[in-house]
Design a protein around this ligand. Structure first.
Ligand SMILES: [Zn+2]
Length: 350
């Protein structure tokens, strides 16, 4: 039964039933019947459907079942419902390919996410510093900058989905569970620093959600966790010093490019750790506002995050004869011809 898939792909394509019906030469009522599994499209119609929805025909018959549950949007989300729907369809589609790959694998190399270290009691935002250190210690990350946050989280069993959906710059990031696995969704259109902050913030939710006392604001906790995880206190001390009367914007710019945390977040960090006073931070923020740097920070942007793990696993499964070439091409959403060229290194993996 392909109804659910048609519906999802139509949502992802942003088409009404009528618009889709016109493209494939049937009535809108017939599209409705397909989506409700009352009628099954013929092969020629199926080909037209695939073309109109920009999917491969295999998409309609994929067996891995994925259900999106427990979506937690950032509070005060202003994302239009329509955009969210399209992002959700994109997320489910990408997640399906992950789960399909994991199910084809006799012994999938990625573990389930779990953070089973006892976390000390949290009474204030300052206690979050210890939590961030604990996570770095448990995952053997040292205290240096973290270059590839997506790969790191994925290797720990958190599925990261980078939505290409064109309006996804308008949403605030989300966390959900798919088949009981935690999923974090970010936008491909955000600057690198924003992607990384959201990833670390959502990681904070995953680790801390169940253990926070009720009188502490979880969003503030997760923001503090994100900046402490990306830029440990020792990094601030080494780069800015213990106590300062002022900080030059160039220092913040250099720190941003070293740790992948925005200049404004670095400034907050300096105040949180009492390197500068709170009034100094406010004064510098006013200066940022005046320069227009709060909307767009000056100089080069920090590079965007890239995902490699899914592709790596597809090629690994191919090399180990776990999957066929046509399955690999389907999972990578490319043609078999393209896959051949990629394997012969005549093309470079995007
Ligand atoms: Zn949050």
């Amino acid at each position: 039964m392909i109804g659910e898939r048609v519906k999802r792909a139509r949502a992802a394509a942003g088409l009404s039933m009528q618009a889709l019906a016109e493209q494939i030469g049937v009535s809108a009522n017939m599209v409705k019947k397909y989506e409700h599994d009352i009628s099954m499209p013929s092969s020629p119609v199926l080909l037209k459907l695939a073309k109109a929805l920009s999917v491969r025909t295999e998409y309609f018959f994929r067996t891995a079942k994925v259900s999106l549950g427990e979506v937690e949007y950032r509070k005060k989300s202003t994302t239009p419902k329509k955009v969210l729907k399209r992002i959700e369809a994109d997320v489910v589609d990408q997640a399906e390919r992950w789960f399909e790959l994991s199910q084809l694998w006799p012994d999938f190399p990625i573990p389930d996410f779990k953070f089973s270290v006892k976390i000390p009691e949290i009474n204030s935002l300052d206690d979050i510093e210890k939590v961030a250190e604990l996570v770095r210690k448990k995952w053997q990350l040292g205290l240096n900058p973290l270059p590839d946050l997506i790969d790191l989280l994925e290797s720990k069993g958190i599925l990261v989905i980078v939505s290409q959906e064109e309006h996804s710059d308008k949403f605030d990031g989300l966390q959900a569970r798919i088949n009981d696995q935690p999923v974090i969704v970010i936008s491909a259109h955000w600057p690198g620093c924003r992607q990384r902050f959201t990833l670390a913030h959502e990681l904070g939710h995953l680790i801390l959600h169940d253990i926070l006392p009720s009188d502490i604001d979880e969003e503030m906790v997760c923001n503090r966790f994100a900046s402490a995880f990306l830029l440990p206190a020792i990094g601030v001390m080494q780069n800015l010093g213990g106590q300062r009367k002022n900080i030059d914007p160039q220092e913040l710019y250099l720190l941003k490019h070293e740790y992948g945390l925005s200049m404004q977040a670095c400034l907050y960090r300096a105040a949180d750790l009492s390197v500068i006073t709170e009034s100094k931070r406010k004064q510098l923020f006013m200066f940022f506002s005046k320069k227009g740097w709060r909307k767009q920070e000056p100089g080069k942007a920090y590079p965007q995050e890239e995902t490699h793990l899914f592709k790596q696993l597809v090629y690994r499964a191919l090399a180990e004869d776990i999957i066929s070439e046509s399955k690999a091409a389907e999972l990578l959403q490319i043609s078999v011809m393209e896959l051949h060229k990629l394997r012969l290194m005549q093309l470079q993996a995007a």
